[in-house]
Design a protein around this ligand. Structure first.
Ligand code: PLP
Length: 387
């Protein structure tokens, strides 16, 4: 590996000017706890930015999904439908509830949940006597799923919808923010996300009572009493006031971060889009992606090298890239779970690569990435012609 060159990371944190000020304020006021003014203000400001009605700041996106499932009453042996092309954290909380994930494939146009697969899954599970208790839809890599048909299906079959918008803060569907359509929306502020608190998450809903209950469960389910009184199992899932300060600073630069990530995508597309066998993740006409990660597929029969060849070439130049998520139905842990699809997600995994996408990449960084990518292309003149 070429360690002389500075490492280019996939999606590093990018602080603005205000975060440290808010953190200092937490120290100065001694609000060093999972409660405090930054937590309250972060929730309020998050609702203003996204248009969500009520929000609970929590310790991670995973915690937010878990709380959503608990509040929907997911029990052992229930089934919950989930996109297969996603990070394991989308489905792990289903397992925390001792329920079973049922995975559905992606559509090629958005890489998100294919509505036909969703409908097949719902019908078949009902036929088999196990009506799905919830759907978790993921807005992958910052692009909204096609929400109208999904919402219609969920309404028709009266199945509550959880939107995993962990990757899609700042992304819209028909002018409305992702994460604000379902019974619950979930966001992540993990270190690699478009904005970060180092770790953290947000659960949103248009039902105030649900968010009140989420906050109750997330603070160890303490009943009102002077002593410690508990009538439910509780969780330690609230966000620290110190980290909420970072989140407040980050929210102020969200629009700039989206702009920078979209500019990365445009740069890569302009520089690499003409190479044979390269296809960038499409952007559906119904929305606006935050382009959290720039992703593309590489057809080795035309490019003359595989996705893995490219990834390894990057690594040898100290550049981090990642294969597109391995579909969850292929993961050893989830391989016995039901799956409905026709291999779209599998092909995206096979050929897909995520390029360095940080909002703090310099032009030199971007040029370094492009140069290495071009060097790997071994397309013959014939392969180039059939582009
Ligand atoms: C799609 C998706 N869902 C859920 C999560 C979980 O979020 P967290 O890491 O904050 O628990 C992540 C990211 O980590 C994610 O990318």
């Amino acid at each position: 590996m070429n360690m002389d060159k500075k490492r280019i990371h996939l999606s590093p944190p990018h602080m603005g000017d205000k975060e440290f000020e808010f953190v200092k304020e937490a120290f100065e006021t001694n609000w060093i706890a999972p409660v405090g003014p930054h937590v309250d203000m972060f929730e309020r400001e998050f609702c203003e930015v996204t248009g969500a009605r009520y929000a609970a700041a929590v310790s991670s996106g995973s915690a937010a999904i878990h709380l959503a499932l608990i509040l929907l009453g997911i029990q052992p042996d229930d089934e919950v439908i989930c996109s297969t092309l996603t990070f394991a954290a989308s489905a792990n909380p289903i397992i925390y509830q001792r329920a079973t994930p049922v995975f559905t494939d992606s559509e090629p146009g958005t890489w998100n949940m294919d509505c036909n697969c969703l409908e097949n899954a719902i019908r078949d599970r009902i036929r088999k006597g196990n009506r799905p208790k919830a759907v978790i839809i993921v807005h992958l890599y910052g692009q909204s799923a096609d929400m109208d048909p999904v919402m219609n299906l969920c309404n028709q079959y009266e199945i509550p919808l959880i939107e995993d918008a962990a990757e899609s803060l700042g992304a819209y569907y028909k002018g409305k923010h992702t994460g604000t359509f379902g019974t619950f929306g979930v966001y992540s502020f993990n270190g690699n996300k478009i904005i970060t608190c180092s770790s953290g998450g947000m659960l949103v809903s248009s039902e105030e009572s649900l968010i009140k209950k989420a906050k109750f469960l997330a603070t160890q389910a303490r009943d009102p009493a002077p002593h410690y009184q508990h009538s439910h199992v509780g969780y330690n899932y609230r966000l620290s006031n110190v980290l909420a300060g970072i989140g407040r600073g980050q929210l102020r630069v969200l629009a700039e971060r989206v702009q920078a990530r979209r500019a990365n995508f445009d740069f890569y597309k302009k520089e690499l889009g003409g190479l044979p066998g390269i296809q960038f993740m499409p952007e559906a006409g119904f929305g606006r992606s935050n382009r959290w990660l720039t992703c593309l597929t590489i057809d080795p029969s035309r490019f003359g090298a595989t996705r893995e060849d490219v990834r390894l070439a990057f690594e040898s130049e100290n550049i981090e890239s990642r294969p597109v998520w391995k579909p969850l139905h292929l993961q050893p842990f989830f391989q016995d779970c039901p799956y409905y699809g026709s291999g779209v997600a599998e092909e995206l995994f096979d050929k897909g690569l995520c390029l360095p996408s940080g909002s703090n990449l310099t032009v030199e960084d971007l040029q370094r990435v492009v140069k290495v990518f071009r060097q790997v292309c071994q397309a013959t003149p014939i392969q180039k012609k059939i582009r």
